[in-house]
Write a protein that binds this ligand. Structure first.
Ligand code: S3P
Length: 426
């Protein structure tokens, strides 16, 4: 396991473009593989998670070609077919959950496997709605963890399903299976999660109607085959969040982060930082944002999971809370326990290592900030198989007194160039 040492940086300045959005990259590959003919993708995420999705789409029959930063993917005219080999989703929950939906509608036997982290993550949340559609999926134990055995079928039927937790992955698995069902499917969500799947399927010509009201959102999809498209992937807001927090808490920083996706479900962390007193300017051109962030004094705040559905940005916001004055509360954060690692315990332990008084109550976690990142302790942390714990720790170390991060190579799941990009700002 690799260890990376991050030292405190004297000053940080510069402009950077984070990698293409991971969520949109997975979907662009999947929708292109499902379509007939050649699609092109510009700005694909370079991470291993997205590479796993790409490899699997090829196993299922798609043809990939790369030329001058453009990826071309051609879906087979007769549709995807089962592979004799296991479909290895690596560390990627998005790959496994969305793929379960896709292959449920592809006749044949499919075996889905993942790494040690993914093999502990609950898949029952996708198995239950897909079974209602007529899918046959066998997982391990009460939470249906991987390996999964899916018996694909072309006789799925449409359903109406309310997703019991805030999860774009569950919504998306159902919508992908619904493409091949015999009638329309409606997915209801009480907390609006990222609309990447429904928006991209709609752009690819699939009949999708999304209705929003104060109770949430319902998405109705009519079965059909997406058409080949030219996709351009925007920058990943969840990766931008690491640099946004770094720019705020580092004592001498001025950072510009270019071309980030502007979806409201993805940029809740900006509202949190603004409430904490961040010195930040946000420029938007259509669907794309540019952020400029400068060193500032932060104060504690209360964050509710609804503000940051999917809670991906919580570990780094906990680092912001550790540098703020006063107590921050993060409420209803149970989903953090089910990510690539237990980020609930991991975030508390990171803030404790920095020197903060931390505590939890049920699904709420509390951090008493030190008032200034210069008070952070030098620390060591094992990120196990969790890329976001690597990056949150690196932000704390760079702004504070340094950090030794074990298992740092797992950063490649989503952002292989993270440490290089960090160095270009010093
Ligand atoms: C994702 C959804 C989120 C998020 C993950 C990517 C997606 O997971 O944590 O990084 O692309 O749909 P949940 O659906 O479990 O919230």
């Amino acid at each position: 396991m690799s260890e990376v040492r991050v030292e405190h940086a004297e000053a940080l300045e510069g402009s950077l473009r984070v990698p293409g959005d991971k969520s949109a990259s997975h979907r662009a590959l999947m929708i292109s593989a499902l379509a007939e003919g050649e699609s092109t993708i510009v700005g694909l995420s370079p991470g291993l998670d997205v590479a796993a999705t790409s490899r699997i789409m090829e196993q299922l029959g798609a043809l990939r070609r790369d030329e001058d930063n453009v990826t071309s993917l051609t879906g087979p005219s007769g549709g995807l077919h089962a592979s004799a080999e296991a479909l290895d989703c690596g560390n990627s929950g998005t790959t496994m959950r969305l793929l379960t939906g896709i292959v449920s509608a592809v006749p044949g036997t499919h075996r889905l496997v993942g790494d040690a982290s993914l093999s502990t993550r609950p898949m029952d949340r996708v198995v239950a709605p897909l079974a209602l559609m007529g899918a046959s999926i066998q997982g391990q134990g009460p939470r249906s963890v991987a390996p999964l055995l899916v018996e694909g079928s072309d006789t799925l039927h449409g359903v109406t399903y309310e997703v019991p937790m805030a999860s774009a992955q569950v919504k998306s698995a159902i919508l992908f299976a619904a493409l091949g069902a015999s009638g329309p499917t409606t997915v209801v969500e009480r907390v609006r999660t990222r609309p990447t799947t429904e928006n991209m399927l709609s752009r690819a010509g699939v009949g999708v109607v999304s209705v929003e009201d104060y109770e949430g959102r319902s998405v109705t999809l009519h079965p059909g085959r997406p058409r080949a498209m030219a996709w351009t992937i925007p920058g990943d807001p969840s990766q931008a969040a690491f640099f946004a927090v770094l720019g705020c808490i580092h004592p001498r920083a001025s950072l510009e982060i270019l071309d980030i996706d502007n979806a409201p479900e993805r940029i809740g962390f900006l509202g949190v930082l603004q409430r904490m007193g961040a010195t930040m300017s946000v420029r938007s051109t259509g669907d794309i944002l540019t952020l400029v962030v400068r060193s500032c004094e932060l104060r504690g705040t209360e964050v509710h999971a609804k503000e940051i559905p999917s809670v991906d940005e919580v570990p780094v916001l906990v680092v912001a809370a550790a540098a703020a004055s006063g107590v921050s509360a993060f409420r209803e954060m149970g989903e953090l326990r089910l990510k690539e690692s237990n980020r609930f315990d991991g975030s508390l332990s990171l803030a404790a290592k920095l020197g903060c008084h931390v505590w939890s109550d049920g699904d709420d976690l509390f951090i008493e900030g030190l008032g200034d990142a210069s008070r952070f302790a030098d620390f060591a942390l094992d990120a196990t198989l969790d890329h976001r714990m690597v990056m949150a720790s690196a932000v704390a170390g760079c702004a504070g007194a340094g950090a030794s991060i074990m298992s740092a190579d797992t950063v490649s799941s989503s952002y292989p160039g993270f440490f290089n990009d960090l160095r270009t700002l010093e």
